[in-house]
Each structure stands twice: as C-alpha cells, then as structure tokens.
Design a protein around this ligand. Structure first.
Ligand code: AMP
Length: 257
C-alpha cells in the first residue's frame, strides 16, 4: 500500500505543543478513534472548507470503553486511515500514546451529572466521563478554533457542546449530520465487525427508529422480533434515540421526530 507523503504525523505531546505554537490562522480539529469511513470524511471536509489548518487525531481512548473486549476488538486500520486523511486534505494527524495522554494515571476526569446519566450513559458506566476527559485534554493540546463532531453520537455532541460552554473553552463545537450507507445504516467503525448476515439485518435499525406510526415501545419490540438485543429506544430533545446489539456489536443511531 502507498504510504502517505504530505500529511504530518505528530506522535508526542511535546511535538503537538511545539507545532501549535508555530501555527497561525483558523485551526479546525476532527478527533476520531480511527477505522475511518465516509462519516469521518464529511467532518474533515467541513473542517477543510472552514479552516486554514486542519488537524485530525486518531486515539482509541481506553477510558471510554466500559467493556475490555470492546476496546480489544475495536478496529485499527492506521495505514489506510492516514491515506484517507491525507486525501481529504488534513494537514496534521495527532497520534498520541495512552501512556502520555493519561500520564496522571487517571487521577483527573470530567464528570457531567445530568445528561450523561440517561441513554448511553445509563448502559455504559463511565463512558461519558472518558469521552469528556479525553476531549478536554485534546482541546487543551490542539487549541482549535472549531472542532467537528457527528450527530450520529448526538448525546456525545450535546455533552461536549455543553462542556465547552460550562468550562468557558475557547472553541466552537460544530455539529455535522449523520452519514449513512445507501440502505440507511449509519456509518460506524463498528460495522466492520458485523457478519454478512448481521450486516443484512442492520438497516432495519434505522428504518424502525424513523417509522412514524410507532412509539418507542413499538420500535423496541419490532427490533427484538428481528433479533436485536435492545439497550434502549427513547425520545429526547425532539429526537428518537436507539442502541441495540446485533450479536456482540452495539449499534447506536438517532433520528429527528
Ligand atoms: P469515532 O471515531 O467513532 O469516535 O467518531 C469520530 C467522530 O466522527 C465523532 O464526532 C462521530 O460522531 C463522528 N462520526 C462517526 N460516525 C459518523 C457518521 N456516520 N456520520 C457523521 N459523523 C460520524
């Protein structure tokens, strides 16, 4: 496989700080956990269109995984990720090591006490603490003017937006619409782990969530009949949210209602 030539890899915190001191203009930032797809690319393209310098990060953040096997099995596709970031116009990719990101040995964390408690927060203990903590660390290192997040992870987007406001962070959090496969399935790095048979069944998740006639209980039972193990189907913020397993793979999605 061809190696990326133009994109610059930043692998230590010291290098990141040094780079940041040298940069001028509007900085757009796209944090990711890698295994990149068209959803990530849409964030990068938006950042490219609105920024002088685009920085992406790839960091599979251990503190947001509440199940160890999910962290172990998280897809890692670094070489193709670098090519796709370069192709989408990213200038720098930050690839920190967990030991450096958590040099405090996990002593400090960011905790939100209300809206992180329901939906995914009720099913993934510690997940949003992990997310908010790593995003704050990344913001402090990258110091972006704008940071781009997907509506696919709507609760995460909402919590990060509110954290930026509550902690007076000097960053604009930019929401980006969910990118879907042609059959409606929300793109996700975890889709790589679906078997052929599960992949065939997966689009039903989105179809059920957006069905107009049904209430959340009806959607849940439709999914269960189709073999999904449902964590929740709930309505909040004018949207309907769902999380459900197909085998070991946990899918999440949300639609406007
Ligand atoms: P992840 O690598 O899964 O942590 O995602 C990194 C960023 O990409 C987050 O802001 C996600 O919300 C966003 N993202 C993931 N999947 C999609 C998608 N299908 N459409 C739009 N944004 C997405």
């Amino acid at each position: 496989m061809k190696s990326p030539e133009r994109i610059k890899k930043i692998e230590t915190i010291e290098e990141m700080r040094k780079l940041r001191r040298s940069l001028q203009g509007q900085i757009g930032f796209v944090p990711t956990m890698g295994a990149l797809h068209e959803g990530h690319r849409s964030l990068v393209e938006r950042a490219r269109a609105e920024s002088d310098v685009v920085i992406a990060s790839i960091f599979v953040n251990p503190t947001q995984f509440n199940v160890a096997s999910d962290l172990d099995k998280y897809p890692r596709t670094l070489e193709s990720d670098l090519l796709s970031l370069e192709d989408a116009g990213v200038d720098y990719v930050f690839l920190p090591r967990p030991e450096e990101m958590y040099a405090d040995n996990y002593r400090f964390e960011v905790r939100e006490k209300e809206q992180s408690q329901f939906l995914c927060g009720a099913h993934r203990a510690g997940h949003f603490e992990g997310v908010l903590t790593v995003v704050l660390k990344l913001f402090n290192l990258v110091k972006p003017d704008r940071a781009y997040f997907g509506e696919k992870d709507y609760q995460q987007l909402k919590l990060i937006t509110d954290m930026a406001s509550a902690l007076f962070l000097d960053v604009e959090v930019v929401p980006c619409p969910t990118v879907r496969e042609t059959d409606g399935l929300a793109m996700s790095s975890r889709n790589l782990r679906l078997s052929a048979q599960q992949r065939e069944r997966a689009p039903l998740f989105y179809r059920a969530l957006k069905s107009k006639g049904a209430d959340p209980a009806g959607v849940k039972s439709e999914l269960e009949t189709a073999g999904f193990k449902v964590d929740y189907v709930e309505e909040r913020w004018g949207r309907r949210f769902g999380a459900a397993f197909l085998g070991e793979v946990r899918l999440i999605d949300n639609v406007e209602i």
